[in-house]
Design a protein around this ligand. Structure first.
Ligand code: NDP
Length: 500
């Protein structure tokens, strides 16, 4: 079978980039090329933004319930294609099939939830302080949204951005990660089939490092919604900030699971293994730290190490696989580079730590599930995002110390505590500096009806998902209607007798 070729989608048509250049889309479990994709440059970005701007006025004036209906239709198509989408995802970025199905399901959840906003988008109607005056607020779309997304949730994360943007009346230029162009194409195909008018959603494939600045600083883009690494997020914020452009950033994490001495340890072990090694540790919410109370630390180490050593690596499409590859050779090398760093700082590699060099695994980008012990809170492996199947176990002596260690990184995305003590749980919920807090569950498992995002350097204060996402993709407009027929001065004429 010929290798599929993936194109841009601009103004309702599938088109090649102006240069005609292409890049490869690899299966990270085998290193094989599964598709080629057109490689865009600034001229393609310009065309996509022009198309989005042309479509913006008619889309803004399309009644929001109608926009929502298109999203509902897209959700129906996604349900029909869930299995195919999941298989393609596993081939394209490596996560095991069950998790890929979860990624698609999260997209479906987001589409249905957001479609309902077509009939909500509530504003406020409040009493005015002056007589015969009306006061209310309503949402107003921003215009053209640039949605820049990572590869680790190649279906769900694009829906987190595209769906709220669309339902609120914005048009979109979507720039997906270059490791996952196929899933991006599939999402756009579905939106097209669901009846989205041309130009409302445009797709541009190509290297973010080269075309990103042009997209971000283009005067035709009103909002940049970015999920990815902290370095790229800081750069985007800087160049967009100079233009006073709106920017929403969801960035890295150094998430932790706290296990107290009163915890159900076996339950905690299940949560640690799932949170540390799910998606090969490449979730922004992955548990890359475990903070174990010294009363249970030995048991936690022994059990986590035992489970890690038993995990079977392989292709994510095989039912026997527990751990798929990481996304690329560069990612594999980055993960491996932290092992000598950990050892030099005094940590012990208690499980894993190597790249498999034999058999079928040697062809893909695998890294053994790795557990580091004797880790101190200030070591690099306890502070920096590794984004692979590596977790660092740190000992603590009390709930106070555990919370101090939890909050000692620059990130603040997700955390959890395992405890049977309600006082510990409430202290933790109150004092954790994280956007997501779990009690007696791992650090992964967010649902789309609540806000998603992080404190501190994990972001810039915005949230995706839930009602909070609406604030990213719209401006508030406050409206006053005076029907008194005379000049009424706010804050000054309030003591006068009411007009009859
Ligand atoms: P990157 O920052 O490398 O890439 C993310 C996206 O940004 C890709 O589409 C990429 O394009 C693009 N990009 C890269 N450089 C630029 C630039 N200078 N200007 C504009 N766009 C650019 O991150 P990864 O894809 O490696 O994703 C992993 C990171 O994402 C981790 O740090 C993880 O924690 C974070 N993440 C955060 C989440 C959250 O909600 N907080 C959720 C998921 C991931 P290209 O692929 O072509 O390079």
């Amino acid at each position: 079978m010929a290798t599929p070729h993936l194109k841009n989608y601009i103004d309702g048509r599938w088109v090649e980039s102006a240069s005609g250049a292409a890049f490869d889309d690899l299966d990270p479990a085998t290193g094989e090329v599964i598709a080629t994709a057109t490689r865009s440059g600034p001229a393609d970005i310009d065309k996509a933004i022009e198309a989005a701007r042309r479509a913006a006025e008619a889309w803004r004036l399309t009644p929001a319930p109608k926009r929502g209906e298109i999203l509902y239709r897209a959700g129906e198509i996604m349900i029909q294609r869930k299995d195919d989408l999941a298989k393609e995802m596993t081939r394209e970025m490596g996560k095991v099939l069950a998790e890929a199905r979860g990624d698609v399901q999260e997209g479906i959840d987001m589409v249905y939830y957001t479609a309902g906003e077509g009939r909500r988008q509530f504003g406020d109607v409040v009493p005015a302080e002056l007589p015969n005056k009306w006061a209310m607020s309503m949402r107003h779309p921003l215009g053209v949204v640039a949605a820049i997304t990572p590869w680790n949730f190649p279906f769900a994360i694009p829906t987190w951005k595209v769906m709220p943007a669309l339902v609120l009346g914005n048009t979109v230029v979507f720039k997906p990660a270059s490791y996952t162009p196929m899933l991006a194409v599939r999402l756009v195909e579905i939106m097209d089939e669901a009846g989205l008018p041309k130009g409302v959603l445009n797709l541009v494939l190509g290297p973010g490092g080269e075309i990103g600045d042009h997209l971000v600083t283009h005067p035709g883009v009103d909002l940049v919604s970015f999920t990815g690494s902290s370095d790229a997020g800081a750069h985007i914020s800087e160049i967009a900030g100079r233009l006073l452009k709106r920017v929403s950033c969801e960035l890295g994490g150094k998430n932790a699971i706290v296990v107290m001495d009163d915890a159900n340890v076996d339950l905690a072990i299940d949560g640690i293994v799932w949170s540390a090694f799910g998606t090969s540790g490449q979730r922004c919410t992955a548990a890359s730290r475990v903070i174990a109370h010294r009363g249970v630390a030995d048991e936690v180490i022994e059990k986590v190490v035992g489970r890690a050593k038993k995990m079977r690596m392989g292709h994510g499409l095989e039912a026997t696989t527990d751990l798929g590859p990481v996304v690329s050779k560069a990612a594999q090398e980055k993960v491996a580079s932290y092992i000598p760093i950990a050892e030099k700082e005094g940590a012990t590699v208690a499980a894993g730590g190597k790249i498999p060099r034999d058999g079928a695994l040697a062809k893909g980008f695998f890294h053994e599930p790795t557990v580091l012990t004797d880790v101190k809170p200030n070591m690099r492996v306890a502070q920096e995002e590794i984004f692979g199947p590596v977790t660092a176990i740190i000992e603590s002596a009390s709930i106070d110390e555990a919370i101090r260690i939890l909050n000692s990184t620059k990130y603040g995305l997700s955390c959890s505590i395992y405890t049977q003590n309600i006082n510990n749980a409430f202290r933790f919920m109150r004092d954790a500096e994280c956007g997501l807090v779990y009690v007696n569950a791992g650090t992964i498992g967010a649902e789309i009806q609540l806000p998603f995002g992080g404190m501190k350097s994990t972001g810039n204060g915005h949230r995706e998902a839930g009602r909070a996402a609406l604030d990213v993709y719209s401006e508030w407009k406050s409206i006053y209607i005076d029907y008194s027929g005379r000049l009424q001065r706010a804050q000054m004429d309030t003591t006068e007798k009411p007009a009859s």
